[in-house]
Write a protein that binds this ligand. Structure first.
Ligand code: G3I
Length: 395
């Protein structure tokens, strides 16, 4: 694997990879034994997977008990050998970018299409990887039939539809999913519960219901609340913190909070480590679930407009990984896709891009090297809670 010159080009004001070992050495050793912690971490031991390169992200991460993942594009996985090779070699967990969303699984009412999602689960099993299920309850990417029918449904009807969906999907994948994003983005940017069809018709109790149903359908899956901008301390993060505490007080089976971590070099780096830690201190697992770093690009390309932008991307990837490494209960770090041309970013934020760690030719970028280097320097750091064992076993 290529080595890089990253240490020589980092901006001096930012924490560099060389700081990782020192920072990690300062992590207190007590948190893993927290009495309020959920049972144990679960997972697989990946370093022994026969074909994984020793300097791959997944091999390096396994030394500190961290799972490193990517969102997976189903079409690429089916058609592109180079893409498959990267996913298999570099990552120990996979998240379907779209294939487990409601519109993909149930395009017509009562007719499920499991094909793409099943292919990913099969791929993961073949390659000794864990799966993050994404996502059961969201306001986006609902099937057209549901968007059309929901406004005319009674609350009882809609509640029954949601319950059925969760039971159907979670039961279908029962035993195959490590972490489920049960509820996605239920809090808006002002710190209010999002004004979705779910809130309008079912009231705030739909969130607790969703977790309870998912737990009944697969009692071993780790159940996550997942959202963006959780790391920027402010109204939204506070509301999520309050929501999670309320759920815990009600005995709702919630095991983790997913920090999406869609970053931009145009904004300041968030209070990521601090926020990961305060949610972890509630006895929850935390995870960075959708990491990417966008920057300003030349029109119609994924070429950053400035070298400073590209350097800032490397720095933010590094800082985001370091934040997870410094929080013992941060059990996985997932990048949101492979290949700048396949990223959701240019379509959603025109004028920005180059957001992933692989370029348009699926070659690793300097941001890949930064992650690799940080993982390498982190070996010897405190490992994640629990003992990693084979999938399905509680240790
Ligand atoms: O379903 C159609 C398909 O029929 C058609 O062939 C294809 C042609 O372009 O478009 C398909 O829909 C696209 C869908 O992805 C599936 O590929 C949509 O246009 C496109 O908007 C959609 O984008 C996804 C986006 O979620 C939708 O909100 C992105 O790929 C996906 O990366 C993104 O992921 C979300 C997370 O789930 C939650 N957090 C934010 C994150 C980024 O938006």
């Amino acid at each position: 694997m290529r080595r890089s010159m990253q240490l020589t080009v980092r901006r001096p004001v930012l924490v560099t990879s060389l700081g990782v070992a020192a920072l990690l050495a300062a992590v207190p050793a007590a948190t893993a034994a927290s009495p309020s912690a959920p049972e144990q971490g679960r997972g697989q031991e990946h370093a022994s997977a026969p074909s994984v390169p020793a300097d791959s992200l997944r091999a390096l991460a396994s030394d500190v008990g961290l799972h490193i993942g990517t969102a997976v594009n189903a079409e690429q996985l089916a058609q592109n050998p180079r893409y498959r090779e990267i996913v298999a070699d570099q990552f120990s967990t996979v998240t379907p970018e779209n294939a487990m969303k409601w519109e993909a699984l149930e395009p017509r009412r009562g007719e499920y299409d499991w094909a793409q999602a099943d292919q990913l689960v099969e791929f993961a099993q073949e390659n000794d990887q864990l799966v993050r299920g994404h996502t059961l309850v969201w306001h986006n990417q609902l099937p057209a039939w549901l968007n059309e029918a929901a406004p005319d449904m009674t609350p009882e009807e809609l509640r029954a539809v949601l319950r059925q969906h969760i039971f159907d999907v979670v039961r279908h994948f029962r035993g195959d999913i490590w972490q489920w994003d049960v509820v996605n983005e239920a809090v808006d940017d002002n710190g209010e519960l999002r004004d979705s069809i779910w809130l309008q018709k079912l009231g705030p109790g739909y969130i607790a219901d969703a977790f309870r149903w998912a737990h009944q359908a697969d009692p071993k899956a780790l159940l996550f609340y997942n959202d963006y901008n959780v790391a920027y301390t402010g109204a939204k993060s506070e509301r999520i913190y309050q929501l999670v505490k309320e759920l815990q007080a009600q005995g709702v089976p919630i095991h983790g909070v997913g920090f999406q971590t869609h970053l931009s070099t145009q904004y300041g780096f968030p209070q990521l480590r601090e926020n990961l830690q305060r949610f972890a201190d509630l006895g929850l697992y935390v995870a960075e679930t959708e990491v990417d770093v966008r920057t300003e690009v030349q029109e119609g390309t994924n070429t950053p407009t400035s070298n400073a932008g590209a350097l800032a991307q490397d720095a933010e990837y590094s800082q985001s990984l370091q934040a997870c490494l410094q929080v013992r209960r941060c059990i996985s770090y997932t990048v949101w896709g492979i290949g700048d041309h396949l990223s959701w970013v240019p379509g959603t934020f025109p004028g920005t891009g180059a957001a992933t760690i692989y370029d348009e030719d699926l070659q690793p970028k300097s941001s890949y090297d930064v992650l690799q280097q940080d993982l390498e320097l982190a070996s010897g750091a405190p490992v994640r809670p629990g003992r990693w064992g084979h999938w399905g076993r509680w240790l």
